[in-house]
Design a protein around this ligand. Sequence first.
Ligand SMILES: [Zn+2]
Length: 270
Amino acid sequence: MPELPEVETIVRDLQELILGKTIKNLQILRPNVIRGSDTIFKDNLIGKTFQSISRRGKNIIANMDYGLILVVNLGMTGRLGLQQDDCLFTHPAIYFTLNSGKILVYDDVRRFGKLDIYSEQEWLDRSAQLGPEPLSPEYKHTDLHEKLNSSGSPIRSWLLDQKNIVGVGNIYANESLHLSGIHPQRPANRITKTESQLLYKALRKILISAIQNRGTTLNNYRDVSGKSGNNSSKLRIYGRHGEKCLSCSDQVQRISFSNRSAFFCPSCQR
Ligand SMILES: [Zn+2]
């Protein structure tokens, strides 16, 4: 599932490729990826221009004309990219024909992704329900510590809840907990102030480095031009169960809770 670094990579690519381009036509092959009516979706978007493209958590936010906002959540396997001869779209769901003659494709194998149209106010209300951006300059380690204090959830589950902090999924939650020496099952309110500062720094470091590496491809994730991310070889704990911890040589363990695997080193993480 694309997390913050993967979505950020896609957003930066789209800014280069489709900013200022107008949607001339729209072909919907799989209406179930659209929230609401596909006719209204089409009527709203045809003739509109991409004014700005940004990210909020794991969502791609495209500001169109007249305050209309197209929000794309890639779900498990969603992809956005320009149709090219060598680009492999196996499950196209929507074709956006642009005035440049290029076609922007939304492709989704499992179709858990969603495209939705909001007014500015509707999106502000929706966005206000999401947690803070971990890379925002306004977000401080004291904010993280304060919020951790009010929850008894296991920290790995706490990090995945988009109401607490946005953009973090299972890969980067596991990586950040390993780097900060915190066991994935530790209750959030049992994390000390010093540890929350380490976790805060770890989250930022891990996410920034993954953006620099254009995201992690384990299975489906591809950037806009169809290329895999380069971050999978940089993972230090995720998916490495049975192998040696890269920090201490103890064996990496895997446990499962809340229907997701967690990976940790019993010596480095308490
Ligand atoms: Zn270790």
